[in-house]
Design a protein around this ligand. Sequence first.
Ligand code: NAI
Length: 248
Amino acid sequence: MASGLLAGKVAFVTGAGSGIGRATCRLLARDGAKVIAADRNLQSAQETVKQLMVPAAAVEVDVSSLQSVQSAVSAAVAQFKQAPSIVVNSAGITRDGYLLKMPERDYDDVYSVNLKGTFLVTQQFAKAMIEQQLTNGSIINLSSIVARMNNVGQANYAATKAGVVSLTEVASKEFGKFGIRVNCILPGYIDTPMVAVVPDNIKQQVVQRCPLGRLGQPDEIAEVIAFLASERSSYVNGAAIEVTGGLK
Ligand code: NAI
């Protein structure tokens, strides 16, 4: 029997094959949760699962598709015979470019994964929690400090991440009566494959502007997610928490 703050709980994590999602699976497992690692890239989710020492499973999901998310809910419930009470929306993409030159496709793709995907996963998993009468749910969404910094070249991404903050607040108000808390995190620049493609000169500027003088590590976001997943944060609801090393 697992021990730890999250013992007996099932967690469903999207974007689990990389970066923050993978680190989140590791730390939720460390705290005793059973983990379902979900990603569009099934192989990468399976790699994540191999690193965990708890009951865990990998699931393929495209968060931008309702049908795919519904299949993932069924797979998750079947796996551990209970609905996940912890859901982390970490799947996300960037398609950067100046607004005047941004192809419609790049706007639509980023919207479909980052905002619509968060909506679909939140909606479908909350329904499963409510059906199973779970009363201690925690949904954690990955927004971004870009929702407040609004970087040039990220009109699509910034708009979706600001949308995630609003979606989180609305969901927290609607789901409170079911005992489901909904919060989001606004990470700064974290050393993951997503940031690996940012040009070096931009990363240097970020590091210079960051009071802690460095990029963040995925575990430093996952620790806050683990806190929000646990009863230690039992009165935190509808919050948007910056985890940026002080970067504004
Ligand atoms: P990452 O690029 O390392 O991992 C993203 C994962 O999402 C990948 O495994 C990818 O396969 C998966 N994914 C993409 N589209 C998907 C879809 N349609 N359905 C299911 N899975 C899909 O990214 P990282 O850095 O781990 O970011 C995680 C989240 O944190 C994202 O939402 C990102 O926007 C956010 N974030 C990241 C920051 C950073 O500096 N790395 C800063 C602020 C926010």
